[in-house]
Design a protein around this ligand. Structure first.
Ligand code: NAG
Ligand code: NAG
Length: 408
């Protein structure tokens, strides 16, 4: 990792980046600036109630003081049913929020489909995203507010939210995650206090290893040590809607091999069924902010091929873990009694099939698999055909769990 890298190289890169910032002209990413969200309304008010779905807002406090917003959609559109179905929890990915599950039309989006199929749907929003920006003692302007990675999202956010749903419903929860939502899930399932709250899990684009990631844009950011640069510059919040964020994206595009005219595919790879004419609408919601430390943790995984806790360097690791190297999450600790379903795609430039197969080989249980040759990373949540291609199978898996007794 970066620890032994000459400081001069970092300094040169910093100067290079500052040079780019001062010379920014026309940006590929102007649309991000145009469409900054300005409404104080919650997710229920924006994407559920207007379409005829019942929805309530909840807040959950984590052990480390973050106040997260969670939404509950107890039944489908204009439903008459009185009794609640089995609870399903939806965990979004990096730079996304709970809106992700409701961002396509009702008959195409997993969140609405689950509610219409009789599930009691609960929606998470991790710390730092649009509706989870409150803390008992810090504001978003404090660097302490951004001092976390997906490790804390697993250890604190997931534990707090799943405990809350468990308490409210008196039932184990079916877990659905996409991308970073699967990293968080797989890490959390190795923790007995989380595993005991979960009935089963469906993972879209499952990730625990990232070293076969092919996305050129990301590879370039890793090679440039963007994560270390941002930390050195004291930038703790990663917000691609800010001037700085847009300039960072532009600086990474400055390469003949990276076509940034298609922003999404340059970052996530080709997607088979992405509706390009909806981009302006998507940008009203996404991307959400994350932390620089989270980016650094993800880049550590790409560089080292590990599924481990955050690497603070030798001395920092001794202080945090009492060891020179950060402890790994062992997939063998995911209980083999936990039924798993996984959907992954041949064109996914982030959750590469080679890495997915390694994840599967290290689990004790055998997940049900859905492999789609022509699917990319974003297709699994935004494909206009995902309902037929993916969600039918996923919902069948969840329905097969109903009445098995473990969902009390
Ligand atoms: C943030 O949380 C505190 C409780 O710690 C609460 O008093 C305050 O109203 C919240 N602020 C917002 C904007 O929700
Ligand atoms: C793509 O989005 C446009 C604009 O929202 C819509 O009119 C069109 O029906 C969508 N296409 C598909 C295949 O969903």
């Amino acid at each position: 990792m970066g620890a032994g890298r000459p400081a001069t190289k970092l300094l040169l890169l910093l100067l290079y980046l500052l040079f780019l910032f001062s010379h920014s002209s026309c940006s590929h990413f102007e649309a991000l600036r145009r469409s900054s969200p300005n409404s104080a309304a919650g997710l229920c008010d924006l994407l559920l109630l207007p379409f005829g779905y019942p929805c309530t807002e909840h807040t959950v406090e984590t052990k480390d003081g973050f106040i997260l917003s969670v939404q509950n959609i107890p039944s489908g559109k204009n439903a008459l049913r009185e009794t609640r179905g089995p609870p399903v929890y939806l965990q979004h990915g990096l730079f996304q929020g709970g809106d992700t599950w409701f961002i396509n039309p009702c008959e195409q989006s997993l969140g609405y489909l689950l509610a219409d199929n009789g599930f009691d749907v609960w929606v998470g929003n991790v710390r730092g995203t649009r509706w989870s920006k409150n803390h008992t003692s810090f504001s978003i302007h404090d660097k302490e507010f951004w001092d976390w990675s997906w490790q804390e999202l697993a250890q604190y956010d997931l534990l707090a939210i799943l405990s809350y749903i468990n308490l409210k419903t008196q039932s184990k929860v079916m877990y659905v995650g996409h991308s970073q939502g699967t990293i968080m899930g797989l890490a959390a399932f190795t923790m007995p206090e989380v595993a005991e709250l979960i009935d089963s899990a469906a993972l879209l684009c499952p990730i625990s290893y990232l070293n076969h990631l092919t996305a050129r844009f990301v590879r370039r950011a890793v090679a440039l040590h963007l994560d270390q640069m941002l930390q050195t510059m004291g930038i703790h919040e990663l917000n691609f809607r800010s001037n700085m964020g847009i300039q960072i994206l532009d600086s990474l595009c400055d390469d003949e091999y990276i076509d940034c005219n298609n922003m999404l595919s340059s970052i996530t790879g080709t997607n088979c069924c992405f509706n390009g004419s909806r981009v302006e609408y998507y940008l009203e919601y996404e991307p959400h902010p994350s932390s620089t430390k989270n980016l650094r943790h993800l880049f550590q995984m790409i560089r080292k091929g590990t599924f481990a806790k955050y690497d603070y360097g030798l001395w920092g690791n001794l202080q945090h873990y009492g060891k020179l190297h950060p402890p790994s999450f062992d997939l063998k600790d995911v209980p083999d009694s936990l039924p798993l379903w996984m959907g992954y795609g041949g064109l996914d430039a982030l959750a590469d099939a080679t890495d997915v197969k390694r994840t599967i080989s290290e689990l004790k249980s055998e997940p049900q698999l859905l492999y789609l040759d022509n699917y990319g990373h974003i297709d699994f949540i935004m494909s206009t055909k995902a309902s037929a291609d993916v969600y039918g199978d996923l919902i069948l898996f969840l329905k097969s769990r109903v009445g098995t007794g473990s969902s009390s």
